[in-house]
Design a protein around this ligand. Structure first.
Ligand code: UDX
Length: 434
């Protein structure tokens, strides 16, 4: 099949490369000429494990193309995916759909023969209806169907998530479109990934409901961690104890400094706004959003307490800046709030992250950046683990202790064990006494 991706950002690029790897012929389109030139040279603009090899292989084998020219790519396609950004609109938190609607206008002008137009971007309920209306109005005779097919890709594990998904959700009530989508996802039948067909609106809502539920699960265990600290219980054991109940499940129960990233914060906010506008408020989600925002700032207070009540004039080493490991993404990263609050309290910050120091430097020019974990913590009054990169799990703890001016470690991701750290002579604190 011939697939065209409008938008070669994170979702478009991963989805395009994976569809090509399944044997479809994929053209990724983007208006950013520099990005397309780079992709044609084999340079990948984002850090995602395995993506560079996947792109190189499929480009070499003639199944993956990059272009700024939408015309032929759309005219020849069986399916056109709209995978452009839907950033939170400044001021009101609603998703900004201007790029989606512009893509719809651009696409409909070039359609040739029956084409399935798929919204892959995360879009509020009803966006598919509006995309269809815009396209119908522009070309009443054009043959197309608008389908919703949300992505459930985790950064850092996006290729595996695409190729072995828990489910594929497809929102359409058009029989022709359904047949095309079944053919497109045929390569996944072997993996027994269920294809769930729903109405378009239901499919759009499933995406938001899934992200809001996961954000709620994380926030629940985070608050439980605070309670564990207050009562002297262990949050990891609580998580294990409840997670073994199949009705609850063990995933997304890792307590930490609050969720960040490009999806959960934006999507929970957009869902909350939609629900408020329709006077069907989602009070749980509203609370989750507020609790998570407060939590990121509260983590700085935890560091200040560990440092004896003040960080004024102290040097604080931060290991991990990205919102989670295996990505260079700094969007809504807890490190941003924690570092700002520590700076406001008078601390001097030195940080290290394996992948995100470039993006971080642009956002936080006022801190120092170290070349490796050990030089980061050298002479520091406290070490704070903010992102659980694997490389931090097996640090030489004797060297860490020798390097620190004070043996204070605040582990916001629970990557070390309390007894072990205390036995080694650290003043160790973590999240939920784990
Ligand atoms: C998420 C969804 O998982 C994915 O399905 C969706 O399509 C996009 O949003 P992503 O943002 O890449 O993916 O990261 P994810 O691994 O889900 O983590 C999100 C945030 O939650 C991170 O800040 C992470 O540190 C935090 N988290 C996750 C926890 O604090 N505890 C957990 O148990 C799990």
């Amino acid at each position: 099949m011939r697939v065209t991706m409008i938008g070669s950002g994170y979702v478009g690029l991963v989805s395009g490369a994976c569809f090509a790897d399944f044997g479809h012929v994929v053209t990724c389109v983007d208006t950013d000429a520099a990005k397309i030139e780079a992709l044609n040279r084999g340079e990948i603009p984002i850090f995602e494990p395995g993506l560079d090899d996947l792109v190189a292989k499929n480009a070499r084998e003639g199944r993956l193309y990059f272009t700024t020219e939408l015309d032929d790519a759309v005219a020849n396609a069986d399916t056109v995916f709209i995978a452009v950004g839907t950033p939170a609109r400044r001021g009101d938190g609603h998703a900004d759909l201007s790029y989606v609607y512009q893509a719809a206008r651009d696409v409909v002008a070039k359609l040739d023969g029956f084409t399935v137009v798929v919204t892959k971007s995360t879009v509020p309920v009803g966006t598919g209806d509006e995309v269809e209306r815009i396209m119908r109005e522009a070309r009443p005779q054009a043959e197309f169907a608008v389908v919703s097919n949300p992505e459930f890709l985790r950064e850092g594990a996006a290729i595996a998530d695409f190729k072995r998904p828990d489910r594929i959700v497809i929102g359409t009530e058009d029989a022709r479109a359904r047949a095309v989508m079944e053919e497109l996802y045929r390569p996944l039948y072997l993996n027994a990934s269920p294809l769930l067909f729903t109405s378009r609106r239901t499919s759009e809502l499933i995406k938001y409901a899934a992200n809001a539920y996961l954000a709620t699960k994380i926030t629940f265990i985070n608050e439980m961690a605070d309670l564990c600290e207050a009562v002297g219980a262990n949050v990891q054991e609580v998580a294990r104890g409840i997670g073994l109940d199949n009705r609850i499940g063990s995933k997304f129960l890792h307590a930490g400094p609050g969720y960040g990233g490009s999806c959960f914060p934006k999507d929970t906010l957009a869902l909350m706004k939609t629900a408020q506008d329709l006077t069907a408020p989602l009070r749980i989600v509203e609370t989750v959003v507020a609790v998570n925002d407060q939590r990121k700032r509260a983590m700085a207070r935890k560091v200040i307490t560990a440092c004896g009540g003040s960080v004024r004039g102290k040097r604080i080493a931060i290991l991990g800046l990205a919102f989670k490991p295996n990505t260079d993404d700094m969007r809504e990263a807890p490190s941003l709030s924690i570092i700002t609050a520590l700076q406001d309290a008078g601390a001097e910050i030195v940080a290290y992250d394996p992948e995100s120091m470039g993006p971080a430097q642009a956002l936080m020019p006022g801190i120092s950046y170290a070349a490796d974990p050990y030089s980061c913590l050298e002479g520091a009054d406290a070490l704070v683990i903010v992102t659980e990169w694997d490389a931090f799990r097996a640090l030489d703890l004797a060297r860490v202790k020798a390097g620190l001016r004070e043996p204070v470690v605040v582990d916001l991701r629970n990557i070390y064990r309390s007894e072990d750290m205390r036995r080694r002579g650290f003043q160790y604190s973590n999240v939920g006494n784990a």
